[in-house]
Design a protein around this ligand. Structure first.
Ligand code: GDP
Length: 367
């Protein structure tokens, strides 16, 4: 299962958000046999309104959403790349995640101590960027030395790799994260082995005070973050309140609605956070739906029908014959596979079909 790590300076609300999310969106781990169980790792469901609708149409007895792993990566401070705090250990945790949720403090509140003495989200982002960039530069320098010492001599990839290392160093020297650059597939494949931190897809989450949620991006602290990111990359940004997330599960469902109304918002922001993280990880969903269950299955963008079948069971991939499928919209309009078939709207796709997000599929296979 792919995992995203919540990263940020101390006291920006990471643990509050992590705890709230892993409670309010906790996934039933029995349904996901390959997920990790550890205190700072949680498995969260990916909210998807299409699931409930399909389950209704199929009168399913249970519903299983897609899920991702979230990791609370505490303790990143200025100087981490030099081993400050428990620096190296935290950087190693970041290396293991597939994407980063960079949580930024955009709430004031004098009662919460700020490590740098004042609330300044852009400065905070730069502190983290600097630490990640320094760690990447150190990794690249080690690789460069290795190549110069002659390791990899005779390997036809070496000149390309050296070019990649120099390109990456130049980007970091300009103060830019590596993910902001366009890379060819070959370059990406070569650099992947180094597990560079600033290469990881990153989502910025502005943690605002509850009462500032309704301002959205008009909040001056959020505005500053938006402006900063515009100049540097086209990263996604989500606005949420981790404090509100921590409070919502303690309220009754009807109280939650009215509380959100008082705050002037329709939802709290974490739905978009999880959905945006899912997409950031390059993930897409297809559905299976029947009386027994309606389930969202996770594939990578670009996966073909046999690979999608393999997510359900490796036998399905091996014996793949065809995928009978319809878009979610068509399924919602006509209500069942039988009616889709009658109306000639059920597509039969072969092994080269690239599965689309929202496809509802029944696989035909040989066992
Ligand atoms: P971490 O160090 O980033 O994991 O931060 P924590 O989640 O432990 O939060 C640090 C402190 O900030 C705690 O006392 C939280 O209650 C408080 N806090 C977290 N989010 C908010 C928020 O949105 N508003 C306010 N006022 N306090 C918050």
């Amino acid at each position: 299962m792919l995992r995203a790590g919540i990263v940020g300076l101390p006291n920006v609300g990471k643990s509050t958000l992590f705890n709230a999310l892993t409670k309010s969106h906790k996934a039933e781990t029995a349904n996901y046999p390959f997920c990790t169980i550890a205190p700072n790792v949680g498995v969260v469901e990916v909210p998807d309104p299409r699931l409930g609708r399909l389950a209704e149409l199929s009168r399913s007895r249970r519903v299983i959403p897609a899920a991702i792993e979230l990791v609370d990566i505490a303790g990143l401070v200025a100087g981490a790349s030099q081993g400050e705090g428990l620096g190296n250990q935290f950087l190693a945790h970041i290396r293991e995640v597939d994407a980063i949720i960079h949580l930024v403090r955009c709430f004031t509140g004098p009662e919460v101590h700020h490590v740098a003495g004042s609330v300044d989200p852009v400065r905070d982002i730069e502190v983290i960027h600097t630490e990640l960039a320094l760690a990447d530069l150190a990794t690249l320098d080690r690789q460069r030395e290795k190549k110069q010492r002659g390791n990899g001599h005779g390997d036809p990839r070496t000149p390309v790799l050296q070019g990649c290392i120099e390109k990456a160093r130049a980007i970091l020297d300009r103060g830019m994260p590596l993910f902001s650059e366009r890379w060819t597939q070959e370059e990406k494949a070569l650099l992947r082995a180094f597990q560079l931190l600033t290469m990881k897809p990153t989502l910025y989450a502005c943690n605002v005070a509850e009462e500032a949620l309704c301002q959205g991006a008009k909040n001056p602290l959020v505005e500053a973050v938006v402006r900063f990111l515009e100049d540097r990359s086209d990263s996604a940004l989500v606005i949420l309140s981790s404090q509100l997330e921590a409070e919502l599960p303690t309220l009754l469902p009807e109280e939650r609605e009215s509380y959100l109304q008082v705050l002037g918002v329709s939802e709290s922001g974490v739905t978009s956070l999880i959905q945006a993280t899912y997409r950031l990880l390059g993930l897409r969903t297809f559905f299976t739906s029947g009386e027994k269950e309606t389930r969202a299955w996770t594939i990578r963008a670009g996966d073909r029908a046999p690979q999608a079948a393999g997510v359900i069971h490796s036998d399905f991939e091996r014996g793949f014959i065809a995928a009978e499928c319809a878009s979610f919209g068509e399924m919602e309009r006509l209500g069942s596979f039988a009616r889709l078939r009658e109306a000639g709207r059920l597509r039969v796709e072969g092994k080269d079909y690239v599965v689309e997000d929202g496809d509802v599929i029944e696989f035909r296979f040989n066992v």
